[in-house]
Design a protein. Sequence first.
Length: 336
Amino acid sequence: MFSKTLMLISCCISLPELIAADCNKERKCKTSRVHGLRSADCYRMDMREFPKCLSSNTEALELSYNRIRKVTKEDLRRYPYMVHLYLMDNLIVNLDDDVFQESSSLRTIDLSVNALKKVPPTLFQLPSLTTLYLSQNLNINVAESIDEAKPISQSCLTKLDMSYITEDGSSTDFPDFRELPLLAFLNITGVNFNYISTRHFAGLCNLQILGSENVSAEFEHDCDCERINRWLLERKVKYTELVCPTNEIDCSNKPIDVEDLEVYQNCRAKYAKISRSLYLEKVWHWLGIAAGGLVLTGILVGCCIWKHIKQKKAMEARESLRQRENRQLLNNQTKV
């Protein structure tokens, strides 16, 4: 029992030294403030592991072009204030489904040019995430990950790059984006889809820019390709027109399905609800700051007034004392 206690004490004493030794071995990243954020630049430093010794208040971390193979929840837990994380061109193959579960502050994640087998579904549940790069992770199934993430209560995702995620001879499903109504920029360049139809774009009710060069897909119906082009054109989306197969049927007057229009309207309603909620959050945030400012101003004014009153009383007391002393002196002179 005594020997175990000694061993435990020895471990506790040596632990800080071991941590310090590990940190001495870790490559030193450049730290600075970028756009007001506390940033660490570890770009192209041949790092093999996720850094463990950076300041815990790091907000932006650049780890692109390294040789990192693994990222764990514990790695991210060290940096609870992380807002931007760039992991482009590493050697990451597997990520646990819940690896980003506690990273609620993350707004940007770049996982492009890795070797991911699967996209963690929790990525699409992060409440602050606005930008996600998944480009050139061959044969990931984004549609499956989004389905596994459902229900998604309130996604702020506005930009998604999933370009070049299929190899030659392979294809993937087009995701159901109805749970992501704020999505405004979508890059599907170079992707081979099993099939696409207007139904897939009906859930993209806030789409403004679509990267669609070299997209290939099968179409459920003869007129689907032309209907997709018309759908995007009517909603003023900036995109590269899909190359449609030769069709003997006249599709110019082929109407959009009622179900697709309903999906679009439901998406617009959800978009309005989330936008209103985010707006109110900002309003309450700034009201809170304003209220705090008013309270602080009130405290400062109160302190100034109290100090002024205290000084005035002190002056009055000194003046009263001086007058008493003068009267006493005058009385003494009179007696003489």
